[in-house]
Ligand binder design. Structure first.
Ligand SMILES: *Cc1c(COP(=O)(O)O)cnc(C)c1O
Length: 424
């Protein structure tokens, strides 16, 4: 074992990891573009953009420069009673790229906190008005993060079983598989027409951690309108689907209806620093304006609106304005589509699903999809040996690569995925 791994064993408690049985961590010392490099110099294609974060790959010079310059000018200040140019610029630009109804940006630290803030906004909006709406709807299979509010609205499972008795009550809709859309809309209507629902939260178009499950824009559009008809506030958790992942900047850009709140993180800072944003409409914001101080949104974190992080997010927005970006999204989607066309009928492939730059291949196992299925570990190790960092979700092999990933690199990944499928 290398010295780094020995020290890791001694001191580091890894996320989502059974430390007793886990093998050695992968000792990554450097990264560039779509590659990570270990301490022996071996390279790995970053197939899932380091947890869906590094949308432009690693070490982009424009991001590096923004980070360094801002750190020299203004490293940090609190945001309560204080403002600074980069927070203002970022908020202004985020509002600028979102549909017109979004007007106010609330800063926090990651995807989970963006969700916590959204939930607090929804519950307090009705509380401030003295309206008795306390229930919330979510989708079966949802993942919204690992803090308590976010866990509460997520799928109840062995991941959060020890805490379940602390969660607030949530009503779940079945997952809107193509042949179940009408039925799920009827379920939604039955809930919503009670008038008791404060809001509804969904991962729009694609459930990430729940297994890259995809549903139609038509359903999303109808559900959003239905909720709003019954005056339930709609939260889109675009933490994973945002930043070009679905082929457009945001999932909501695929539909006409728009949510009342959107949560952003992950690709927001392109892998340089952590930040979450909760963006609200003017109507929502106005629900907190009052002469009474306790009607304010009394929430904040030490690093709220950190200037360096804001500068990085602004630099990320610059990169999204470049024409190459759109070209890359279209190129990766087309590449996934060609792979699907060639392999969809394979007898060991249950399904290949694509939404924009996300490709998910479900291996036929005959035993359903479980995170702990043995295939997962076998696949993970097979890909590592072959120079790919790809974390399958159970029997689901998926790619959501950095947008700089070349066609040759994608082809290599497809070939290795099919080589593994053949072995099963
Ligand atoms: C990752 C993720 C979160 C949580 O974000 P963290 O930054 O990990 O706290 C929330 N929602 C979705 C859809 C995610 O993919």
């Amino acid at each position: 074992m290398s010295e780094l791994l020995e020290r890791d064993r001694k001191y580091v408690w890894h996320p989502f990891t059974q430390m007793k049985t886990a093998g050695d961590a992968l000792p990554i010392v450097r990264a560039e573009g779509s590659y990570l490099y270990d301490e022996n110099g071996k390279s790995y294609i970053d197939c899932n953009s380091s947890w869906w974060v590094n949308v432009h790959g690693h070490g982009h010079p424009h991001i590096q420069q923004a980070l360094a310059e801002q750190f020299k000018t203004l490293d940090h200040t609190l945001l309560a009673g204080v403002t600074h140019p980069k927070a203002v610029e970022l908020a202004e630009r985020i509002v600028g790229i979102l549909p017109e109804k979004f007007t106010k940006v609330f800063f926090s630290d990651n995807g989970s906190t963006a969700i916590e803030v959204a939930l607090k906004m929804v519950f307090q909006f009705w509380y401030n008005k003295g309206v008795d709406k306390k229930r919330i709807l979510a989708l079966d299979g949802a993942y919204h993060g690992d803090t308590f509010g976010a866990m509460s609205v997520g799928q109840r499972s062995y991941f959060n079983a020890p805490f379940e008795h602390f969660f607030f009550d949530v009503d779940y809709l079945d997952f809107p598989f193509k042949n179940k859309e009408e039925e799920v809309l009827q379920q939604a209507e039955a809930f919503l027409k009670t008038g008791e629902f404060a809001g509804i939260i969904v991962e729009p178009l694609v459930q990430g951690s729940g297994g890259m499950r995809m549903y139609s824009p038509e359903f999303l559009n109808k559900l959003t309108l239905l909720a709003q008809e019954h005056d339930a506030l709609v939260i889109f958790d675009e933490v994973m689907t945002g930043w070009g992942r679905t082929g457009k900047m945001f999932s909501m850009d695929h539909i006409d209806a728009k949510p009342d709140i959107v949560c952003l993180s992950k690709g927001l800072t392109a892998g340089a620093l952590a930040m979450g944003l909760t963006v609200a409409t003017e109507r929502l914001y106005e629900g907190f304006l009052d002469d009474d101080k306790v009607k304010a949104l009394l929430h904040g974190h030490s690093y709220t609106g950190n200037p360096v992080t804001c500068a990085v997010a602004c630099a990320n927005l610059d990169l999204f304005e470049k024409p190459e970006l759109k070209e890359n999204l279209a190129r990766i989607t087309a590449s996934h589509e060609a792979f699907k066309a060639a392999n969809d009928k394979h007898d060991k492939v249950n399904e290949i699903r694509i939404t924009g730059t996300i490709m998910a291949l479900e291996i036929e196992t005959g035993e359903g999809n479980t995170y702990f299925s043995n295939i997962r570990d076998e696949a993970y190790n097979f890909f590592l040996e072959n120079g790919m960092l790809l974390r399958p979700l159970g029997n689901i092999m998926f790619l959501n690569p950095p947008y700089c990933t070349t066609n040759e690199e994608l082809q290599y990944c497809y070939d290795k995925i099919m080589e593994f499928v053949e072995k099963v």
